[in-house]
Design a protein around this ligand. Structure first.
Ligand code: GPU
Length: 826
């Protein structure tokens, strides 16, 4: 027998259990290697060691999870449920170790067994059940709810395939591959094969009496629960994220099978399993896709049935439902929960319309996440006949909105036309207790534009704001351990004290003036830049100058987010560098520009922007005149895990959406928390960040929201050629057209969006953008002053903890209280 890894005695002692001094954790890992994995120590690789360690950590979580759930059941507090079609969780092992406070112990045991903990952590696949900000926000909110001991559950779908894997072809095109994230087993979920609900589609709805109906026929599928444990930080409380998987109600049709018709026998089982097969990779849009609507109903129906069962176990009168249940709708995706609860209350509970409506409108809360127009869904009549009846009844019974015809048409749930469409946002608003936007500016736009008529009808108090937040556990302590340690040592308080009350970071302000602290702060940044450089070198095979300024833009590819503005600015800088003498170039701040982000597979212009970035990178990175001063990287397959490497390494990051289009943004908060500065437009949460850190610490540019509409109008009716508006931009566009970055013709559709209607105002903002970047360079030259800005920025991020956001929701919306699991309470 060979023991090529680790210390033979450690392994043998743990296996035989003879040495009483073997740490419990070591025994537990070794036990999982032997039993759960059925593997021999001598052929255990990093993946196996990761799995055994994960299973061992999971044992801790299960105990806490069980006790927490029992405690909640006994105490029977009001609970909140966060319904989100997306939970962008990322990896779990490192997060769970930190939240449990066991990272050092596991590190010791794993080292003793001959492995490196950080390598094992790297073996875990991301749980990428989301597209971007909306899904990651949901994940941060789960962490904060558990950490604050709030009785909150998430409800979502267990997609077999998460967001697609992005590949970049040599010509710069994005290619997509599936993300079979469950292939290596998932230790972080508990299958609850006994927790199932039947969900019906299609069929007929026959009205009976008192507004009731009988819905029958059609297709029935089964929803099966999988529970994902959500450990709080520095507490035993461990909450639940319940994800539904679809499966056929009966395995397959034996009659067809016996008759030799195999195809027909498995057909229904195929169509049932398809419902939760894959996450839709579109951000901000829903097309009229039947399967997407099926996902939405499947998930809301199963979640509501589960919530109802839990409520009924308490044996309270149904009228008290809203005293025990608050349901947050994450954007319009779960809006069907409103007619579904009405259906259950009317048809199953046999309540009157008035009673049912009273309960429904006191249960739901609706968060709007965008100001961009959305395209709603037809199809409903066929798929959900009973829900369409209820929706029509809501239209006629509830709210005969007063006012002129135009206004009535705007407020209607039904949009007239061929075909008629259901306006989910209007339904969500009418059926909810309160509506909120996700940053001050956005909530104001909700009140004054998209929901204006409803504000006049219901009064302004129904329309609030909860500025988004991020969890400082993952987005500082976990992704930037060097900075976390420096902060804890300097503040001289326990790490948990500032991680649970992020306003305590203000205690760093006096340190901004201290030379020694500045040096340590800069050293942490440099080591994070080296970690990123190492990643780039090992994945792309190219070296990165860590002495340069790191400039980062990472987010979904979207015209409104204007990665195009960034890359055109890069080209401008390149053209300028080319005109300088070698001596003049030496005075320029060297810069490395990083991009990462996925484009929806059907979003042609977004994919073209990626292609341009990749080809600009190809040209610049091999130009001997300039490459010392300016290089560009497009890092493929952006993910939560990649963000954890990029964000701590950034000197400056870009948040440059056309004013009034980015509802909030949340990565802006993550960069600042890690001491990166922002260049951005006066948009979303950028504004509140500047309020906190002071405008002198943020590089703002561009037109303001009130000007945007007028400018768009001018573009349509009084167009001015780019050459006149911004000669600098015109020169850049011409270089692209002329083929300096590969066949110019390829980019014409993209260039034309700018030359023609320029809906996102690149021509209006370009010159001011370039000036802002010049100011960034200038500020960076004074390195001490830059470091001070960096320290002050981190110090002022207290407001952006998702703990604060969740407290807002808990107090102002859900009316729930923390329900702490004391040691041994259960
Ligand atoms: N957001 Br709607 C998404 O990520 N996807 C969506 O489909 C919609 C909104 C984002 C907003 O764009 C971003 O500004 C915000 O910070 C985030 O939701 C969380 O509220």
């Amino acid at each position: 027998e060979k023991w090529p890894r680790g210390d033979e005695k450690t392994w043998k002692d743990a296996i035989r259990g003879v040495a009483s001094d073997t740490p419990t954790i070591t025994k537990s890992i070794v036990n999982h290697v032997q039993t759960s994995l059925a593997r021999q120590p001598h052929n255990l690789d990093d993946l196996g060691a990761y799995q055994a360690s994960a299973l061992s950590v999971r044992d801790n979580l299960i105990v806490n999870w069980n006790e927490t759930q029992l405690h909640y059941t006994r105490k029977a507090p009001k609970r909140a449920y966060y319904l989100s079609l997306e939970f962008l969780m990322g990896r779990t092992l490192d997060n769970a170790l930190l939240n449990l406070g066991l990272k050092n112990k596991y590190n010791d045991s794993i080292t003793g067994l001959g492995f490196n903990l950080e390598d094992l952590i790297d073996k875990e696949r991301d749980a990428a059940l989301g597209n971007g900000g909306l899904g990651r926000l949901a994940a941060c909110y789960l962490d904060s709810s558990a950490s604050q001991e709030l009785p909150v559950w998430g409800y979502g779908l267990r997609y077999k395939y998460g967001i697609f894997q992005q590949l970049i072809a040599p010509d710069g095109q994005q290619l997509e591959a599936p993300d079979p994230w469950l292939d290596n087993q998932n230790p972080w979920e508990l299958p609850r094969l006994d927790v199932t609900y039947e969900v019906r589609f299609y069929g007929h709805a026959e009205r009976t009496e008192n507004g009731r109906a009988i819905w029958s026929g059609g297709q029935e599928v089964l929803a099966v629960a999988y529970d994902v444990m959500i450990p709080g930080y520095d507490t035993k409380n461990t909450n639940n994220l319940r994800l539904w998987e679809s499966k056929p109600k009966r395995g397959f049709d034996l009659n067809s099978f016996n008759a030799g018709n195999y195809e027909q026998a498995v057909e229904s089982s195929n169509s049932a399993a398809a419902i939760t097969a894959v996450l839709y990779p579109n951000d901000h849009t829903t097309f009229g896709k039947e399967l997407r609507l099926k996902q939405q109903y499947f998930w809301t129906a199963a979640s509501l049935a589960d919530i109802m069962r839990r409520f009924k176990n308490m044996e309270k009168p149904i009228s008290e439902f809203p005293d025990y249940v608050a349901i947050q709708l994450n954007d319009t995706h779960p809006t069907l929960a409103i007619p579904e609860l009405m259906r259950v209350l009317l048809d199953d509970e046999e309540l009157s319309w008035a009673e049912a409506w009273q309960i429904t409108t006191n249960t739901f809360f609706f968060t709007n996440h965008t100001v961009l127009p959305k395209w709603p869904i037809p199809l409903m009549e066929q798929l959900l006949p009973r829900h369409m009846q209820i929706i029509y009844d809501i239209v006629t019974v509830e709210k005969q909105f007063p006012g002129d015809r135009d206004r009535l048409a705007r407020m209607s749930i039904i949009e007239e036309g061929i075909p008629k469409q259901v306006r989910m946002a209007n339904l969500a608003c009418i059926g909810s207790r309160k509506v909120n936007g996700v940053a001050e500016l956005h909530s104001e736009l909700v009140r004054t534009t998209i929901m204006k008529d409803f504000v006049e009808h219901y009064g302004v108090s129904k329309f609030g704001n909860v500025t988004n937040g991020i969890t400082p556990r993952r987005w500082l302590d976990q992704c930037n351990p060097g900075l976390s340690t420096l902060i804890t040592e300097s503040l001289k308080i326990p790490k948990a004290a500032w991680l649970k009350d992020l306003y305590k970071l203000e205690g760093l302000l006096p340190f901004a003036e201290k030379a020694d602290f500045q040096k340590r702060w800069a050293a942490v940044k440099l080591s994070n830049k080296r970690r990123l450089a190492h990643y780039v070198e090992t994945t792309l095979g190219v070296s990165v100058n860590t002495a340069a300024m790191f400039d980062v833009q990472i987010k979904r590819l979207h015209e409104y987010k204007r990665q195009s503005l960034n890359i055109l600015g890069v080209i401008h800088r390149y053209l300028l560098l080319k005109t300088l003498t070698p001596a003049q170039r030496k005075k320029v701040v060297p810069k490395v520009v990083f991009f990462a982000g996925k484009a929806a597979p059907g979003y042609f212009i977004a994919k073209l922007i990626i292609r341009l970035i990749v080809n600009v990178a190809r040209v610049l990175n091999s130009d001997p005149d300039t490459k010392e001063y300016l290089t560009v990287f497009f890092l493929p397959d952006y993910s939560v895990s990649l963000a954890e490497i990029l964000i701590p390494a950034s000197d400056i990051s870009q948040h440059i959406s056309t004013a009034g289009t980015e509802a909030s943004g949340t990565s802006n908060m993550k960069f600042c928390l890690n001491g990166g500065l922002l260049v951005g437009t006066v948009d979303g949460a950028n504004i509140e960040i500047a309020e906190e850190v002071g405008e002198s610490n943020v590089f703002f540019f561009g037109h303001l929201t009130p000007a945007v509409e007028d400018l768009r109008y001018q573009h349509l009716y009084h167009p001015v050629p780019v050459e006149q508006k911004s000669p600098a931009l015109a020169a850049v566009l011409n270089e692209v057209s002329a083929g300096r970055f590969g066949d110019g013709g390829v980019y014409e559709p993209l260039l034309n969006t700018i030359r023609q209607h320029d809906y996102y105002l690149l021509t209006d903002d370009f010159d001011s953008y370039i000036r802002a970047l010049d100011m960034v360079d200038e500020a960076y030259q004074d390195r001490t002053e830059w470091i001070k800005k960096s320290i002050r920025t981190t110090a002022k991020m207290g407001k952006f903890s998702s703990d604060r956001a969740i407290q807002d929701y808990a107090q102002e919306y859900w009316n729930i209280e923390s329900t702490k699991l004391e040691n041994g309470t259960a």
